[in-house]
Design a protein around this ligand. Structure first.
Ligand code: ATP
Ligand code: MG
Length: 687
């Protein structure tokens, strides 16, 4: 029997003027009366525009906004789409149910949560709270953490989250994601059970519970599911490729009655498998909705044909993907440029100077983005930009030097370099297990009175400050700082801090230890060019000073360059995109090189990066790393470039000009630029 959908018609040609900005396929997606719609299409083909127009079209046609559910990946994206829809139609959009999955789960559980044992006044645990509660559960469960290396609370949180999001058994999750702890399955399960129990008792929900409880509510309570499914006449989902199993199910249940569900996504941009996202949700959509109307968008409106050819050529190397055709609609432009840089310092200089060059050519800073794989890739670039007074904003997350793990490692160098640095002592001491603010302060008071604090810290009196169970850790600390005290090279100091303490600390403390280890290694590589801790610490301290608020200068304070990780750049676009660190082990990162799946996910990350560019794309390839001890260390160009055929790109040659005279001009006065020594450069190595 055919389904019916009757529109109340209040539509005038003017109220639908926005439809003229769509092509035929987008129009089909935007104005389909209902039923399941799947738009799987490449980057820049106007998926988000089509979805936003659909929202506006539905409202213009009299669909009650409170009966529309719009789900996106971030609250910001949801806000932007709603604002845009508001502009497109004169109708009020404020009652649309728009937001992220968590946002929507929160709303529904406040109302109906009692049915699954959730009181309406439940408290949401943020990530920090969740970790603290897990810590208490470890103690309560009586796990002998002193005798063995047991995952720290944040790692436990990650495990709990992975189990919740993938619906996989704990054993499988440990096996695949946390092999270091494979033998601890039993106590881990015990702690996680206790955690779940305590949350229930105290009416606490962590982020994963929000989703899981919503799923349980909808699955086990037919009346509620039917009521909500009746309410949501239309369900719209952007970035569908990054939904995980639970989110996929929730969408299906909420759309279960009217089956007016429109999802858009691009399997080639699926980059969140580490959070349990599965682009199988896209593939499965066809099976779950056999009557699906599939709409293809094949015209790319964003990028020049040259940039598209490179994007297509690259993603074609992946075996796991849906075949897609992308047609360029824009006129021809420059070919993407590969910029071999003699070393990483030259790379940062290139980025900064090229940005200035683009400004000379009439671009504004807002038109330009530097997109990188790992946060630390922006370290030197931030320094270079600060030197030249180029305002920039780092999207998402802290600036490199403000991150906890970077500050921790630097604290050790600071305290041996300047034993009177109270903050450094306090910070470093509190990293020790069982040592908090009180003990650290006591220890600091004692050593600060001595002639030589590092020496005093090694004495018996200082050790007495700590209770017996903390003493072995303090012993380790003392050994480390004694070793550091003998060293001059900042890179060696960082290396030793990592080896002698911080590496273990990270493994047990942080769920994303791997990424952080990369950051610290990056910091070490960065430090190799400095001969003394003094020079290094001065530059680091100065870099920290240039918060965007204080640097922004020039005629337009809103105008700044964007620095962003690629993950944070999803869905966005810029005229010019520069991607640094295209070297093996950096992009792709080390950990992505081992399995085919990881390599393919990494290539999708590269695909997201290059498809952000509208007009110009620059791919910088550092060829060596400068190291104080070993001179120049060779790096291999990224496989993502070497696997491409030559005619997709064009090489750009950097010439070494005269030494720049930047002293006195920028925010850094004459003494500072230790990071850009003008060294005689040897011939580039063969690649
Ligand atoms: P991504 O996969 O990166 O999220 P997308 O498919 O969502 O991309 P949009 O962001 O909607 O693509 O659109 C990309 C660009 O193309 C935007 O600048 C948008 O304004 C423009 N655009 C979309 N559709 C059209 C069209 N029919 N005519 C002209 N420009 C369009
Ligand atoms: Mg989009």
């Amino acid at each position: 029997m055919a389904r019916k959908f009757t529109l109340r018609s209040r539509v005038t040609p003017e109220s639908l003027a926005f439809l003229r900005e769509l092509n035929a396929e987008q129009m089909a997606a935007a104005t389909a009366p209902g039923g399941p719609i799947l738009v799987v299409a490449g980057a820049g083909t106007g998926k988000t525009r089509a979805l936003t127009s659909r929202l506006a079209w539905l409202i213009a046609n009299g669909v009650d906004p409170s009966r529309i559910l719009l789900v996106t990946f971030t609250n910001r994206a949801a806000r932007e789409m709603l604002d845009r829809a508001e502009l497109l139609t004169p109708e009020d959009t404020s009652h649309v149910w728009g937001g992220t999955f968590h946002h929507i789960a929160n709303r529904l559980l406040r109302k109906y949560g009692r049915r699954v044992g959730v009181r309406p006044d439940f408290t949401i645990l943020d990530r920090e709270d969740a970790r603290d509660l897990l810590g208490l559960c470890v103690t309560e469960a009586g796990v002998p953490v002193k005798e063995r290396r047991f995952p720290q609370k944040s790692v436990l949180a990650k495990m709990s989250s992975f189990v919740a999001n993938t619906l996989a058994p704990l054993a499988d999750v440990l096996d695949e994601r946390f092999p270091d702890f494979i033998d601890d399955g039993e106590p881990i399960a015990e702690v996680l059970d206790l955690y779940a129990k305590r949350k229930r008792q105290r009416h606490l929900l962590d982020y994963d519970d929000l989703l899981a409880d919503l799923r349980t509510l909808l699955r086990d309570h037919d009346d509620i599911r039917e009521r909500l499914a009746e309410q949501f006449l239309h369900v719209l989902v952007d970035e569908y490729q990054d939904t995980n199993a639970i989110q996929g199910e929730v969408v299906d249940m909420l759309a279960g009655r009217h089956r007016n569900v429109c999802v858009v996504g691009d399997d080639s941009q699926s980059i969140y498998s580490f959070r349990g996202a599965r682009f199988e949700n896209i593939l499965g959509f066809r099976d779950r909705y056999p009557d699906v109307r599939e709409i293809r968008l094949e015209t790319n409106y964003r990028s020049t044909p040259e940039i598209l050819r490179l994007a297509n050529g690259s993603i074609a190397m992946n075996t796991q993907r849906l075949p897609k055709e992308l047609r360029a609609s824009r006129p021809s432009g420059y070919r993407p440029a590969i910029v071999p840089c003699h070393d990483h310092l030259m790379q940062s200089r290139f980025v900064a100077e090229y940005v200035l060059h683009l400004l000379d050519e009439g671009r504004t800073l807002e038109d330009i983005a530097v997109l990188y794989r790992s946060h630390w890739h922006s370290t030197e670039i931030q320094l270079e930009l600060s030197r030249r007074n180029i305002p920039f904003k780092v999207r998402g997350g802290l600036r490199f030097f403000e991150q906890a793990h970077v500050k921790d490692v630097v604290a050790f160098m600071r305290l041996v370099h300047n034993p009177q640095d109270e903050l450094a002592w306090m910070r470093a001491l509190q990293l020790l297990p069982k040592v908090g603010g009180v003990l650290s302060r006591r220890c600091w008071m004692l050593v600060s009175e001595a002639e030589d604090a590092v020496q005093a810290a090694q004495g018996a009196e200082a050790a007495q400050v700590f209770p017996r169970h903390a003493r072995p850790f303090y012993g380790q600390f003392v050994e480390l700082i004694a070793a550091l005290d003998e060293m001059d090279s900042p890179a060696d100091i960082i290396g030793e801090t990592l080896r002698g303490f911080y590496d273990d600390y990270m493994t047990s403390k942080f769920e994303n230890a791997r990424m952080r280890r990369e950051d610290v290694k990056g910091l070490q590589a960065f430090a190799e060019q400095y001969a003394t801790p003094e020079a290094f610490l001065a530059d680091v301290a100065l870099a920290g000073d240039f918060s965007t608020e204080t640097v922004v200068e020039g005629p337009d304070a809103d105008d700044y360059l964007t620095l962003s990780t690629i993950h944070q750049a999803k869905g966005l676009e810029w005229e010019v995109v520069l991607i640094p660190w295209l070297a093996e082990g950096y992009f792709p990162t080390d950990f992505a090189i081992n399995s085919v799946e990881d390599e393919e996910e990494e290539r999708r990350v590269f695909h997201v990066a290059v498809t952000r560019a509208k007009d110009e794309l620059y791919l910088a390839v550092p060829q060596t790393r400068r190291s104080q001890s070993r001179g120049f260390v060779l790096m291999k160009p990224s496989r993502f470039l070497t696997e491409l055929s030559d005619e997709l790109t064009e090489p750009m040659e950097l010439e070494q000009g005269l030494p720049e005279l930047i002293a006195g001009e920028g925010p850094l006065p004459a003494a500072a630029p230790a990071a850009t020594p003008v060294l005689p450069l040897p011939d580039p190595p063969p690649t």
